[in-house]
Structures are given as structure tokens and as C-alpha cells.
Design a protein around this ligand. Structure first.
Ligand code: C2E
Ligand code: MG
Ligand code: MG
Ligand code: MG
Length: 276
């Protein structure tokens, strides 16, 4: 009868909800030990100058390998880290690792090479963030200009004056600030103007179907000319083929990032492929 059907639907729904909660619980309880168990590491994805296709930097991307869960992507575990209070500590692990790595790569003679690090909006609310970054740079003898931080448009949802103050202090140190995933979130031209960004990163959803979507072609062209008008560098994320790269070059973009040029790889591979 209809009633039984309903009942069964409910059970299916209930079972999947329960599975989701279990997954989430397991993720959180495993993540709690990820740092002490040394399950977290950084991979680096190369960034190339559009003008000459030379390496100019890398984005640091967090990786988690857990013995029980296998590889878990940052899109899955970063929100869990944020909601359960682990993000600040994990964020310092990322900053410390990236700055140490920069120091060792710079010894190899790549003076202008920079590393971009993703920062969660929660980290910007941490009162010791800026002092800690400054101390890390000093300890490892790394120039502030070798570090870039990436924040997403989500920061505009929070306390904007607080965020602006922190970003101004970071900018004053000489660290560049990039607006990540541009075009996907809550943003406006007035923020780009008011906040001390030096770079915008066009989200890869706009790059993915450039060939077929004239809307995206217009959007990407408009973002690049807007950025050029504000004197911002433009990174195009997610470039997977030559056609997309050519489009970005012709539109006046500055930096390529994507599988077409190089995937994120571990430190040893990055060093072998790009530094040595
Ligand atoms: P994101 O900062 O926008 O990083 C770029 C993402 O695009 C990376 O995914 C990268 O692997 C992927 N990507 C790059 N080129 C291509 C391409 O050509 N094709 C495709 N399909 N993908 C490409 P990943 O490593 O899975 O990271 C996902 C997101 O997780 C990042 O997006 C960032 O928001 C977050 N994340 C990663 N590491 C950290 C971290 O250390 N701290 C914080 N707060 N967030 C992080
Ligand atoms: Mg990023
Ligand atoms: Mg991005
Ligand atoms: Mg993203």
C-alpha cells in the first residue's frame, strides 16, 4: 500500500542520513590525530608566467592520507577542520611547512620564486596570525615577497573591518594577497578596490568550458580587463588544454595554473621536476 511505500522511503532516507553522520563522525575523529600522526603533507602545483611559460611559483595544497580512510581531499576535510576547531592548528602546519620549503628552495638559487598558501577565513580572526607569519619568515630567513596568501570571497561574509585590518597588516609586511576562486562567491568590485589584493584567481569553473561557452568567454575577458584596470595580476586556474591557455594569453592574463602545465605533486617530485 501507499503507506508501506512511504515507510520504506523514510527508512532509505534515514539510513543515508545515518551513514552521512557516521562518515562525518569518523572523518572528525580521524582528523583529530592527523597532525600528531604526520598524516598531513603539502603538495605543490607549479605556476607559470604567461609571457614566457617559465616557472614563477607554486600553490601549496594540503593532502591527507589516513590509514583507515585512505586519501581524503581538502574539499572534504577542510570544512570539518573549520567546524571542529582544528583549522587554526592545521593552518599553522601549512604555513610553517610552506615557509620552510621556500627557504630550502631559495637556497637552490630561485630568488623570485614564490609560494601561495590558502588561508581559511577563520585563521584571519586569529589574533596572533600576522605576528606568527612574520616570525616564521624571520626564523627561516624568507622574504615576505616570496609568500602569497590566498583567501576566498567568503571572507567578505564575516567582520569586514576586522578582515580589512588584518589584510592591511599582511600587505604592509610585503606579503601579496590573492582573491581565490574569483567569480564563484559573494564579491563585488568595491571589495576588490577596498581590500589590498594584488592578484585575482579566476575560478576553474569559468575556464573548464571556455571553448563552448561564449558567456564564459565574455566573463573571463571582462574579469581580466577589470583586473588590469585595478593593476591586479590574474591567475587562470584549471587550465587543462592549449586552447584554454591561448585564450587566457590573448585576453591578457598573467599566470597559468592547471593540469595542462603541471599537477600538484609532492615535494620530492616538485624539486626534481622544477627546481633542480
Ligand atoms: P583552490 O585553492 O582553488 O586550489 C585549486 C584546486 O584546483 C586544487 O584542488 C587543485 O588540485 C585543483 N586544480 C588545479 N588545476 C586543475 C586542473 O587543471 N583541473 C582540475 N580539475 N583541477 C585542478 P585541491 O588540491 O583538491 O584543493 C581543493 C581546495 O581545498 C582548494 O581550492 C582550497 O580551497 C582548499 N585547500 C587546499 N589546501 C588548503 C590549505 O592548506 N588550507 C586551506 N584553508 N584550504 C586548502
Ligand atoms: Mg587556492
Ligand atoms: Mg581556487
Ligand atoms: Mg577552490
Amino acid at each position: 500500500s501507499e503507506c508501506q511505500l512511504h515507510n520504506r522511503d523514510y527508512q532509505v532516507y534515514d539510513a543515508s542520513l545515518k551513514a552521512e553522520l557516521m562518515d562525518r563522525f569518523q572523518l572528525e575523529s580521524q582528523l583529530m590525530h592527523a597532525l600528531p600522526n604526520k598524516e598531513l603533507s603539502l603538495h605543490y602545483q607549479p605556476l607559470f608566467d604567461v609571457a614566457n611559460e617559465k616557472l614563477i611559483g607554486a600553490e601549496a595544497l594540503l593532502r591527507w592520507h589516513n590509514p583507515l580512510l585512505g586519501f581524503v581531499g581538502p574539499d572534504q576535510f577542510i570544512p570539518v577542520a573549520e567546524e571542529s576547531g582544528m583549522m587554526i592548528e592545521i593552518g599553522y602546519f601549512v604555513l610553517r611547512s610552506a615557509i620552510k620549503q621556500l627557504a630550502s628552495w631559495q637556497v637552490s638559487g630561485n630568488d623570485d620564486f614564490f609560494v601561495a598558501v590558502n588561508i581559511s577565513p577563520l585563521q584571519l580572526a586569529d589574533p596572533i596570525l600576522v605576528d606568527t607569519i612574520e616570525a616564521l619568515l624571520e626564523t627561516h630567513n624568507v622574504k615576505a615577497t616570496s609568500l602569497e596568501i590566498e583567501i576566498t570571497e567568503n571572507v567578505f561574509l564575516g567582520n569586514q573591518d576586522g578582515v580589512l585590518q588584518v589584510l592591511r597588516r599582511i600587505d604592509a609586511l610585503g606579503i601579496r594577497i590573492a582573491l581565490d576562486d574569483f567569480g564563484t562567491g559573494y564579491s563585488s568590485l568595491s571589495y576588490i578596490h577596498r581590500f589590498p589584493f594584488s592578484t585575482v584567481k579566476i575560478d576553474r569553473s569559468f575556464i573548464a568550458n571556455l571553448e563552448t561557452s561564449s558567456v564564459n568567454q565574455h566573463l573571463v575577458t571582462a574579469i581580466i580587463s577589470m583586473a588590469n584596470a585595478f593593476d591586479l595580476k590574474v591567475v587562470a586556474e584549471g587550465i587543462e588544454d592549449k586552447i584554454q591557455a591561448n585564450f587566457i594569453e590573448n585576453a591578457g592574463g598573467h599566470i597559468y595554473q592547471g593540469y595542462h602545465f603541471g599537477r600538484p605533486v609532492n615535494v620530492d617530485d616538485f624539486t626534481r621536476q622544477y627546481i633542480l
